[in-house]
Design a protein around this ligand. Structure first.
Ligand SMILES: N[C@@H](CCC(=O)N[C@@H](CS)C(=O)NCC(=O)O)C(=O)O
Length: 209
């Protein structure tokens, strides 16, 4: 399989962390791909021109990180990373959706800053995206406190939702360190300290911004 990815993409990092946790890294060739490059062949593989894209051994191009993670989870014989049925399955898919939504809002802010000329930037957009991120972080803080976002010991298997939360917090450190998401969120801070020490997180750390 090939994974078209960018080292700073938090969505690609989800797939790479899962591959690491599931022992699948030897089966995946990483291909560095800039989704913004004009004329890139990415557009013929994924019309949305986003990374990650997983190209399976039988040639299917899977374009969205939640789907890529489900596919990778289907490839190994160990206990599944996504709960297979019942309420816990939907709780975990929902956790993944919230962390992906936090990332979508953060990337939207980042694109506004990087791609839109300053005179066309609208502060209302920044504020709205920032508020989404802040409310979602508050929910994660509450979830760590009430135990619904559990601390994952080194030997434990993190779910896909939990991996997504870890990658989302890592992205905030990379791109929005000045916002200091840890302020007022002591439980989530400790949670992330433990999670980010995992070998899968260490080996997929993005380069410094
Ligand atoms: N929903 C997608 C989002 C992927 C995404 O937006 N990736 C960014 C890089 S972090 C990208 O490729 N952006 C290029 C663009 O939007 O044109 C996923 O979960 O994989």
């Amino acid at each position: 399989m090939q994974l078209r990815h960018a080292a700073t993409s938090p969505y690609a990092r989800k797939a790479r962390v899962l591959a690491h946790e599931a022992g699948l890294t030897d089966r995946i060739e990483l291909i560095d791909t800039n989704p913004y490059e004009q004329g890139s062949d990415l557009r013929s593989i994924n019309p949305l021109s986003t990374v990650p894209v997983l190209i399976t051994d039988d040639g299917m191009a899977i374009c969205d990180s939640p789907v890529i993670c489900q596919y990778l989870d289907s490839l190994h014989d160990g206990a599944k990373f996504s709960p297979e049925s019942g309420k816990s399955r939907f709780e975990d898919l929902n956790l993944e959706a919230l962390a992906d939504g936090l990332l979508d809002a953060s990337l939207s802010r980042m694109s506004e800053i990087r791609l839109r000329p300053e005179e066309f930037q609208w502060n209302g957009h920044h504020k709205r995206m920032r508020a989404k991120v802040s409310r979602t972080l508050d929910l994660f803080e509450q979830m760590v406190t009430d135990g619904s976002l559990p601390t994952i010991a080194l030997d434990d298997r993190p779910s896909i939702g939990i991996i997504t939360v870890g990658c989302a917090l890592g992205y905030l450190d990379l791109r929005f360190a000045a916002d200091n998401w840890r302020d007022g969120r002591p439980a989530l801070t400790v949670w992330y300290e433990t999670f980010s020490a995992r070998p899968s997180m260490q080996e997929t750390r993005p380069p410094e911004a």
